[in-house]
Design a protein. Sequence first.
Length: 309
Amino acid sequence: MRLKQFTIVPAFLLLLSCSPSKQISTPVSRNSLETILKEFHDPHGKQVLVVAHRGDWRNAPENSLQAIQNAIDMGVDIMEIDIQKTKDGHLVLMHDQTLERTTNGKGKVADHTLAQLKKLYLKGGHGVVTEHRVPTLEEAMLLMKGKVMVNLDKGYDYFKEAHAVLEATGTLRQTILKSGHPYAKIAQENGEVLRQVPFMPVVWLEKKETRQIMADYQRELKPPAFEIVFKTDTSAVLKEFNAIKKAGARVWVNTLWPNLNARHHDDLAVEGKQADQSWGWVLDRGSNIIQTDRPKELLEYLRKRGLHQ
């Protein structure tokens, strides 16, 4: 049953739109931002960096301030969030272009003003409406400032607007922008931004132009990391992760769902209880950044292997 929207909301509920709950468990451990930055820019760093996909969305609505705070308290190194732009030009955290899946609203994000979106409630992963509100990018960056690195996804069309928010909040150096476009297109459209924040190319190993795209980026930009996506484990590039690191970039692999990693995915590790065939397999190829939907379990696995503080 869909909950009705109310125009008058109790004050204690409004607080959820700008700050996460205070009742959060004490973190097991957490690297400082300086340690994370040092590791991220060291392709041969000893720690494997953990990326929380849309925050801790299993225990709070995805892309909510609470999901972000939960993941920070777990000790993740990088927070992946998604951004969309409102009708009146504000950037908000939202994966979809439409509102139905993640909020109790209807229609496109781009057809609503920020004030209209702030009246909505976010849905949890179970599809039930919660008391959490849609955060702005500014609110999220202020929450994460000085704590974790941030990966802005779904934001290529908003690079310039996002850059302005990052500059205003003093979070430029801790934020990673990314795109799957070749270097020439990125440089033409957003060249001035590339030099001011860490930029990570996304490459699909099944594409025949993958090697050329990577070579162009390594020659022109020397990115600190490459995000590698692969549906099968037959690509020769999988044997070259150490060479990529030797050239100066970390290797980011997504273990979110099977078609991003040749079925070496999170659920195989957690539900299938085959972590060595999932995260272990990815690590054995030389990956040293893993984006996951199971941050708590991945952190525990890496700590047992001495790969995360």
